[in-house]
Design a protein around this ligand. Structure first.
Ligand code: DI6
Ligand code: FE
Length: 407
């Protein structure tokens, strides 16, 4: 099917800037962009249909490159306890925190996990997301990590969104390996990753490098195992302390290092040289009421591409809107609206290894785009909440049309 989409203005996000085309036309053929440019330059093309976008602003489909969307239960009760004065330590001592989500995830069936994750994922899709990364990491044994990763694959098969799966078995310590972190890392490297990779369930491998999780030495063992399996790596790094995890990620040419509030100038130099994307997670920063900002000037100075993501998870970032993260990236981290929009389009695609096919509206890339009811692209970071998307197009097909729903 060849479609002509007209009467719109486009922020293509080519090269990570708005790269605006006024009074634009997009021609899609199948799932790809065949032509894009000003209406005056449209070549003679035969098309099957023509769609008027009513003067909307068009951007690439939003890409949420860091989520933990699949999990059992939720932790709103802990949220309430903390606001009633109960400390993290008391909650953890009572079996709360990640451990409680691990128990709930292990107890849930694949169907139950699929159903609850689908609801959360549809919230992201309603906000303009067309590509999402989803991590395992609440199973923490082979059977339950496999269960999570199969649900992640099923979400991509059954919902109108491109889903990339990341194995985060090195997220937390399972009870079976209590006080034996090195043995658990050995189990991940020798048993879990080879089996899950062999079953085609893993697109990338991640770990949580933190004083309360895994050390750089333990993370490096996971990276070596991933490299032997031909899998790219990512890393939760410098969220709460500076362990030079992001420099380790750069040494392994990781797709991304994520969180980064405590990263140093040396980390930024290493990431810039390696092309490792900095994924900032303002939802976790906000929800945990953190005060240490990521070093934005160092990231800019050393040419580190910056992405923004929801970090959707039940403990530190119960976020169901990627657009809200645009506002937080500007308001909390002082990014410009243009930087923030690049952070959920082209730079987010690069953080998933999809920079050559996704994240900007250019000939030959996938036809994933959103038509917005806004006055200028900055509106996407300006408004907190609200219903501003008119039409979401994924792989050249309209998957959400608010105009029809609004009447
Ligand atoms: N960093 C985080 O903030 C989350 N995981 C991670 O590596 C916490 C996940 C949870 O609390 O459930
Ligand atoms: Fe995370």
């Amino acid at each position: 099917m060849k479609t002509l989409w007209q009467n719109c203005h486009v922020a293509t996000m080519a090269n990570g800037s708005y790269s605006i085309i006024e009074d634009a036309v997009i021609v899609t053929s199948g799932i790809f962009i065949e032509w894009i440019g000003p209406r005056g330059g449209l070549p003679a093309l035969e098309t099957d249909e023509s769609i008027d976008l009513g003067g909307a602003w068009v951007t690439p489909g939003l890409i949420d490159c860091h989520t933990h969307t699949v999990f059992g239960g939720n932790r709103s009760g802990e949220f309430e306890q903390r606001l009633q004065g109960v400390s993290y330590a008391e909650i953890a001592a009572a079996g709360g925190g990640i451990a409680s989500t691990v128990r709930a995830t292990r107890a849930a069936s694949e169907d139950e996990l699929f159903s609850s994750a689908s609801r959360r994922l549809r919230s992201l899709l309603n906000d303009g997301v067309t590509t999402v990364e989803i991590k395992s990491g609440y199973g923490l044994d082979l059977a339950n990590e496999r269960k999570m990763l199969k649900v992640i694959r099923r979400l991509g098969a059954e919902l109108p969104v491109t889903v990339r799966s990341t194995c985060l078995a090195a997220h937390a310590m399972p009870p079976e390996f209590a006080n034996r972190a090195d043995d658990y890392i050995s189990h991940i490297c020798s048993e879990m990753l080879p089996a899950l990779a062999e079953e085609g369930l893993v697109d990338a491998v991640d770990a949580f490098c933190e004083y309360l999780a895994f050390s750089p030495e333990q993370v490096e063992r996971v990276f070596v195992a991933a490299r032997e399996l031909g899998l790219p790596v990512k890393l939760h790094a410098e969220q709460l302390s500076s362990l030079a995890g992001s420099s380790l990620a750069a040494r392994y040419h990781a797709l991304s290092a994520d969180h980064l509030e405590f990263m140093t100038e040396d980390d930024a130099i290493a990431m810039g040289a390696a092309g490792t994307v900095a994924v900032l997670l303002p939802g976790a920063f906000y929800f945990l009421r953190e005060t240490q900002l990521p070093p934005m000037d160092a990231l800019r100075r050393h040419g580190v591409k910056i992405a923004i993501a929801s970090d959707l998870n039940p403990g530190t970032s119960p976020v169901l809107s990627l657009r809200l993260m645009l506002n937080m990236a500007c308001t909390l981290f002082r990014m410009t609206p243009e930087e923030a929009l690049a952070g959920v389009t082209l730079h987010a695609a690069t953080a998933l290894g999809l920079g050559n096919s996704h994240g900007s509206l250019e000939v030959g890339k996938v036809a994933d785009f959103v038509a917005w009811d806004i006055e200028r692209p900055a509106d996407l970071a300006y408004w907190l909440g609200g219903d501003v998307q008119k039409r979401v197009v994924q792989h050249g097909v309209t998957v959400l049309n608010q105009e029809v729903m609004r009447g």
